[in-house]
Each structure stands twice: as C-alpha cells, then as structure tokens.
Design a protein around this ligand. Structure first.
Ligand SMILES: [Zn+2]
Length: 281
C-alpha cells in the first residue's frame, strides 16, 4: 500500500510571469491528507482557493487555467507536473497573482525547490487513478488515449510535429518515475512558434516572454539562448505538460497514455473524462 505524501517544508519561487510580464511569487506548502492540490490567491481578500481539478478548468488556449469564484490561476501545468511526478498528493500553492513565475520555461526550478523542501509520507492510503478500460479523446489533429496497464506506473508515448523544425517529427516513450522526470523531462523548455508570437502579442500575452524562458521555432531553426538540451526537447516538454494536465483528474495516474500532437485543450479534456470516471466509481 502506497501512502499519501506531502512536502516536508515549503518551497518558494519568485520571477517574471510569461503572459502578464509582472514579478510574481509562488510558495508550495504542505497539505492535509485527502485534500489534494489547491491554489490559493493570497493577494485577494479572504485568500480564495481553487482545487486543481479538470472540472475547474476554464481556459486552455495558452496554458491551463482553473477558477472557482474569485480564485483564478493560469499556467499551472509546470507546478502540477512536478507535484505529480514526485507523488505529492496534498499541497497548498500560494500565489500573489493569477500567474506563476515562468522561471526558465521548464519545470526544473520548481522541481529543485520541491526536492530541497523534501517530502514526507502521511497516514492515509494514496489515491490512484488506474483505469479499467481505455478512454480516448478524438481531437482531429490531436489524439489522446489512455489504457490500463498492469505494472502500476504512468507511462507516456508521445509524438510532436512542428513544420520546419529540424528534428521532425519527434517521438518519445517514457515511464514517469521521479528519477526519470528529474533526468529526462523536467529541464525541457517551453517552445513557441514564431508565427504564433504576433498573435499572442496582439492578444496581450507573452509580455514576459524572452529567450530566457522560451525557445522559438522559426523557418527550420530553433532559436534559444543556450543549445538544445536534447534534440527532441520539444516532445519532452509536451510530456511535461501532459504529466501536469492529467494530474487534474485529482489522483496519481497509473496508466499508459498515448498522445499524438498533444496540447492543453485535449489534455484537459482527457483529464475531465478521467475525473468523471473516478466520480462514477
Ligand atoms: Zn509547458
């Protein structure tokens, strides 16, 4: 029997946000058993909070946004990915605005903070989502499918394809253990297509975007501050986002996930189908 886990201490972060381009702070605190992952807006009166569940997702256009009443938070997927990969069931994430710091565009700084804070087992059995039958999301361009497995792990098979990218298409298969996440996924950075940038800027987004926190795909080249960490860094970041988004089902996931050209909209749709199937158990 696996036990629930939370952080031993707290992990704090400060930096610029990707979309609003302002300075923000985020602190991950321990949570009580059977409470799950919560985001709390400490800048708002009464510090309203929202549970990280797919049923609370309100926008998936650029990053995953959840809301409940006045408690709105966006781009939560990198924090969620670390919590999921580390098997942290319960935590309260305090934020002083709607968006977390983007840091270097990967999940590594968040992971480093969590590992430094340490984790501790709690006196309750871990709640696991292990499907009995497949769940498929047919998103046209994007396909997501989740299958039962017998070995009690989260295993992700993922493709990514970006026209003009020098390494295209990309495929990766990975068992998501804490060590694999730390060594092979956490440091993969956010990518953006040059053609999308103009549109994002027109929407008033990516004000905090720079080569410090994103790599740009443009006419067959990848523009980034330092060289690529892996030739298939894009698909690794896709896996990072999937791990975070699927944790919105509310439980650690033990299943095989097949993702073809995934993105936040279909990730969230799959997480919602998973959450609903848990409610039906
Ligand atoms: Zn991401």
């Amino acid at each position: 029997m696996e036990k629930q886990k939370t952080l031993r201490g707290s992990a704090s972060y400060t930096g610029i946000t990707l979309h609003t381009g302002v300075r923000a702070s985020l602190k991950i605190n321990p949570g009580e058993i059977n409470t799950g992952i919560w985001f709390r807006r400490i800048d708002l009166s009464g510090a309203p909070s929202v549970r990280a569940l797919a049923g609370n997702v309100v926008d998936v256009r650029r990053g995953t946004k959840i809301a409940s009443g006045a408690a709105e938070v966006v781009t939560i997927e990198h924090v969620m990915s670390c919590l999921h990969a580390c098997g942290i069931d319960n935590a309260v994430v305090d934020m002083d605005g709607p968006e977390p710091p983007i840091l270097d565009g990967s999940a590594k700084p968040y992971l480093d903070g969590i590992l430094a804070a340490g984790t501790v087992e709690q006196e309750a059995e871990a709640l696991i989502f292990a499907p009995k039958s497949p769940i498929c999301i047919d998103g046209g361009h994007t396909q997501m499918a989740l299958f039962p497995n017998s070995d009690g792990v989260l295993r992700i098979f993922c493709t990514a394809s970006f026209r003009g990218c020098p390494f295209d298409p990309q495929f990766i298969e990975m068992e998501i253990t804490p060590d694999n996440f730390r060594d092979n996924i956490a440091a993969a950075r956010t990518f953006v297509e040059f053609g999308d940038l103009k549109q994002l800027l027109a929407m008033g987004l990516v004000k905090g975007g720079s080569l410090d926190n994103a790599a740009i795909l443009h006419q067959g080249a990848i523009i980034c501050k330092e060289r690529l960490l892996w030739q298939d860094e894009i698909v690794r970041h896709k896996v990072l986002d999937i791990i975070g988004d699927l944790y919105l089902c509310g439980r650690r996931v033990h299943a095989n996930v097949v993702a073809v050209k995934p993105g936040h909209p279909r990730n969230a749709e799959l997480a919602l189908a998973m959450q609903k199937s848990i409610e039906n158990i």
